[in-house]
Design a binder for this molecule. Sequence first.
Ligand code: GLV
Ligand code: MG
Length: 321
Amino acid sequence: MSSVNRNRPRRSCLAVPGPSQKFIDKARTLPADQVFLDLEDACAPLAKPGARKTIVAALNEGGWEGKTRVVRVNDWTTEWTYRDVVEVVEGAGANLDCIMLPKVQTPEQIVALDLLITQIEKTLGYEVGKIGIEAQIENALGLTNVNAIAAASPRVETIIFGPADFMASIKMKSLVVGEQPPGYDVGDAYHHILMSILMAARAYGKQAIDGPYLQIKDLDGFRMVAGRSAALGFDGKWVLHPTQVDAANETFSPSQADYDHAENILDAYDWYTSEAGGKRGAAMLGDEMIDEASRKMALVVAGKGRLAGMSRSDRWSPPEA
Ligand code: GLV
Ligand code: MG
């Protein structure tokens, strides 16, 4: 299998309707970490064959520098999936990072996609395993099997929460995607789902991505909902509109102060545990005691900052001898 780095920046994952040249051209200009060109729910059945061609051309034309390039195909219960995959990977496999598979219900559905992509890679002489898989969890069966789905293939890079389909699937009494269902006033109705996805992702070294927030004019609402999944540990969220891109990038990056602090913890711990620093396992950084567990926490925040391309504005130095 491939040695490709699957830990790609994904703070903002921009949904782009596959048939729309206008939205595709706009997407190239936006600072989203990821773009996914959609053959599924934002693409009418009659438009799907044409959209496959539009998407292949858009990927091959380029202009996606710095962005993770993804195509969402239709799910395996439809008649479109295999043609989506064959046309897109055969036509633009060299210019594509991942296939997103919606409504994943079982690990076998991931294995089937893996095998199909492998066939195409072998036929066309591409590196086998280069193209990743993003798995959307959008119904009760998918959530029940989420651990096995995350473990089903080394190609799996992300587990994504699909709130709209999920709410429909479990018969939630609400029409507002991302917001709490009216009448449920004792907690977060999505906590179990988000945590199950996050645990599966972390158990198998994948990224966890939150889905769309449909009230695109309500940026405060977007920030609040994004802030919740970011606080839990999610790596990013879908964005549906240019105004949501900066908000997602900001929400899923550490603050400058937290980033500087995390890098300083790493430097200080490195020094204190060294010969010069006295080979200490626990030490003081200002008023704070740091140890190996602090280092692990700091690595997470520093890792998110580095992935986001942040630079340090403050640097710790060892105490004078
Ligand atoms: C996304 O696909 C969703 O169903 O929310
Ligand atoms: Mg969906």
